[in-house]
Design a binder for this molecule. Structure first.
Ligand code: ADP
Ligand code: MG
Length: 353
């Protein structure tokens, strides 16, 4: 059979041809890579009033349209959660749960079930320093009117505060408050939960880097276009000047951070400061700290533990942070600052402090 004879010389490697084609390939590859490389990215920011507070979302995106679309979805998610978890709204899961206290179980959404489950977990881990059934006490205090409630009333209502009287039925997706007059208040955990959900929504919509701040409950992911991590400030709980003074700034690398302070809602009477973070054992404002900042991988942990550690005070609070593996900064009632060991890598104190 006749065979095709291929001249062997054609297959000889010719060095100059090879380097030329490699160069061509390299140039070609570069051109392709350049045309595939993302357009210049920028930070897009939007602020809205939601959950009775300021919500700011920052995203890194190649275009305003992409940023708008993703931010719209995230704001939508926060709005939905705000409606169902608000203490003051007459509709939504939380108000149904409260209206049915001592009456019977209420069917709730999976989100509501999750946030309450997580809140109960924080209560268990902090011996009840965190307690979402603190509602009957909270509703006695009017910080805007600077009114201190009657001591007898405070004592009386303590009998309605106990997270152990919350019954969760995951199978039926129901929540029940065991005693008439009980009131659940998710104010110390809902904002962190909303930040978590908003971040999920941004990621689902193709955003690789962003920061969601639901008031002081902040969660960040990815890096900014300059390759640096997001950075947030921690307020000085005792402002000297008019402007927002910081005690420190913190680098956030895929982390959530939350600060609970005695300067958010408060009044001073006879030289004593009364504020909105209550000790569930007494019904009075917790006294050991001025502010507590907690950094964790999720917003619910950061939010609920910043409140819980505030109630526990500097020593027990620091112990709980260590046990939980969270990082944090505690400013005690004298203004002394203590951080967990790991926080030192992320925090930068302002010089004036
Ligand atoms: P902020 O709402 O200012 O971010 P926190 O996250 O610490 O601060 O939440 C404080 C709110 O949580 C209060 O306004 C009240 O509704 C509720 N709360 C107060 N004390 C407690 C407590 N010991 N456990 C759980 N929730 C609390
Ligand atoms: Mg909180």
């Amino acid at each position: 059979m006749k065979q095709f004879k291929v001249p062997s010389s054609k297959f000889k490697v010719n060095r100059s041809t090879c380097s030329f084609s490699l160069l061509t390939l390299y140039v070609l590859l570069l051109t392709v890579l350049m045309s595939c490389s993302p357009k210049k990215e920028s930070i897009y920011r939007k602020t809205m009033i939601q959950m009775d507070t300021l919500v700011t979302i920052n995203v890194v995106a190649e275009s305003g349209e992409k940023a708008d679309m993703a931010m719209g979805k995230a704001f939508g998610e926060i709005d939905k959660l705000g409606a169902s978890l608000s203490f003051f709204s007459d509709e939504g899961d939380l108000s149904s749960i409260n209206r049915n206290a001592g009456i019977g179980p209420v069917r709730v959404s999976p989100d509501t079930m999750e946030v309450i489950e997580r809140a109960v977990l924080t209560s268990e881990r902090t011996g009840g320093a965190f307690d979402v059934t603190v509602g009957p006490e909270i509703s006695l205090w009017d910080f805007a009117a600077k009114q201190k409630p009657d001591d007898g009333k405070i004592r009386e209502r303590l009998g309605l505060v106990n997270y152990q009287w919350i019954t969760l039925d995951k199978k039926e997706s129901t929540v029940e408050l065991g005693r008439k007059g009980m009131l659940m208040d998710l104010g110390a955990v809902a904002k962190g939960f909303a930040a978590d959900r908003a971040v999920e929504e941004l990621k689902k919509n193709g955003i690789k880097s962003g920061l969601v701040a639901v008031a002081g409950d902040i969660r960040a992911f990815g890096l900014k276009p300059d390759g640096k991590p997001w950075r947030v400030g921690i307020r000085n709980p005792r402002q000297k000047g008019k402007d927002d003074e910081l005690v420190a700034t913190v680098e956030l690398r895929d982390m959530a951070i939350s600060t609970s302070g005695d300067y958010e809602r408060y009044f001073v009477m006879d030289g004593k400061r009364y504020h909105h973070i209550l000790d569930p054992r007494t019904g009075y404002p917790a006294e050991g700290c001025r502010s507590v900042t907690v950094m964790a991988t999720d917003g619910v942990s950061a939010d609920s533990f910043s409140t819980a550690v505030f109630v526990l005070g500097p020593e027990k609070g620091m112990e709980v942070l260590r046990r939980m593996g969270f990082e944090g900064l505690i400013i005690d009632k004298e203004g002394n600052m203590t951080t967990t060991a790991g926080m030192k890598d992320a925090i930068e104190f302002q010089r004036s402090n």
